[in-house]
Design a protein around this ligand. Structure first.
Ligand SMILES: Cc1cc2nc3c(=O)[nH]c(=O)nc-3n(C[C@H](O)[C@H](O)[C@H](O)COP(=O)(O)OP(=O)(O)OC[C@H]3O[C@@H](n4cnc5c(N)ncnc54)[C@H](O)[C@@H]3O)c2cc1C
Length: 307
């Protein structure tokens, strides 16, 4: 057993991911005089977005600008940043070993996973070019820009019902595209009809528009439905498999589970923040969870050092 107050080599904290969650945690931990390393593979979930909305004081700026400011503000606190993907993690007795792609191995006392989610978009011809401009998945992020316009909702089967009803908050003109047979219940059909949401069950051939701006949804029979934006039900997966490697509990629906202490996972010493723990998937929530995790990490380090 190592003597109390022994200074372990390596970092106090390694943060994996430099999105809003990781950067926010790094800021708080840097200000706590912790030795912090942030590793980032540069795969930002919102890379396709034109602007980031709903972040207090930063509404409408480019997502990259938020990250630039975030990184800049870490400089006075000595936080180290590495453009490197973390390929492996191993929990030891009182520390974690982190492997970077390329083979380098680093050691830390606490680990924060801020690795986000990856969106699996539907394979619709024309969609990729429009994603982030006129094809979106999050009404809270992009609903305002689509307000009062003809909105389409893409949800195969019955997956789009809730999203279609949600979009009525922003426009009276909402059509649900099921892209094939849709086993909607009587109650769902009645609810959609009551709120004026038409359902189109034909297969979709492609999305058409110019410079990323949707103008029509073309159906398999050649007919077209005029729309200015399309909100899609996208499937999301964990941005990294590190939580699973550390035997943290992860569920498809709720993401990486957190225990009682501030964003700590079910594996002691491993914390999670941001989209990876799947609460409300907004940048400001990710940043808030990052701050919460940083608080939890610093308290845990204090408990060890000042016992
Ligand atoms: C198209 C789009 C538009 C959006 N618009 C808005 C909006 O307008 N307003 C809003 O509030 N939210 C918006 N969001 C949601 C917002 O982007 C996320 O909620 C936010 O980015 C989550 O932050 P995060 O730090 O948890 O994850 P991310 O921002 O996804 O960052 C995760 C980071 O982890 C890194 N990473 C992953 N694995 C590894 C690894 N193994 N090693 C090293 N690094 C790793 C990635 O490279 C990435 O930098 C949008 C999302 C999308 C997809």
């Amino acid at each position: 057993m190592a003597p109390r107050n022994e200074v372990l080599p390596g970092y106090d904290v390694i943060i994996v991911g430099a999105g809003p969650a990781g950067l926010s945690a790094a800021l708080i931990l840097g200000r706590c005089r912790r030795r912090v390393l942030v590793c980032d593979s540069g795969q930002y979930r919102n890379a396709a977005a034109q602007a980031m909305h709903g972040f207090l004081s930063r509404d409408g700026i480019a997502p990259s600008e938020l990250r630039r400011i975030g990184r800049e503000q870490l400089a006075p606190y000595g936080v180290e940043l590495r453009e490197a993907a973390v390929s492996g993690v191993r929990a030891g007795a009182r520390r974690f070993e982190v492997s970077l792609e390329g083979g380098e191995r680093l050691v830390c006392r606490k680990l924060l996973l801020a690795t986000g989610l990856v969106d699996r978009l539907p394979e619709l011809a024309g969609l990729r070019e429009m994603y982030g401009k006129s094809v979106h998945h999050c009404p809270y992020c992009d609903g305002w820009e689509a307000r009062d316009q003809p909105i389409g909702v893409y949800g195969p089967g019955s997956t789009g019902v809730q999203l279609a009803l949600t979009m009525k908050t922003w426009s009276d003109d909402v059509i649900l595209f099921t892209d094939g047979p849709a086993p909607l219940s009587e109650a769902e059909e009645a609810r959609l009809a009551r709120h004026g949401v038409a359902v189109r069950r034909e297969r979709i051939a492609r999305l058409e528009g110019e410079d990323g701006w949707l103008s029509r949804v073309v159906l398999a029979d050649g007919s077209a439905v005029e729309r200015r934006s399309l909100f899609v039900k996208a499937r999301q997966e964990q941005g990294a498999d590190l939580a699973a490697k550390l035997r943290c509990e992860v569920t498809e629906e709720r993401g990486v589970e957190t225990a009682e202490r501030h964003e700590e996972t079910t594996t002691s010493g491993v914390f999670v923040a941001g989209d990876a723990s799947r609460d409300v998937l907004l940048a400001i929530m990710a940043a808030a969870e990052g701050a919460d995790a940083a608080f939890g990490i610093n308290c845990a380090l204090q408990e060890e050092d000042l016992a």
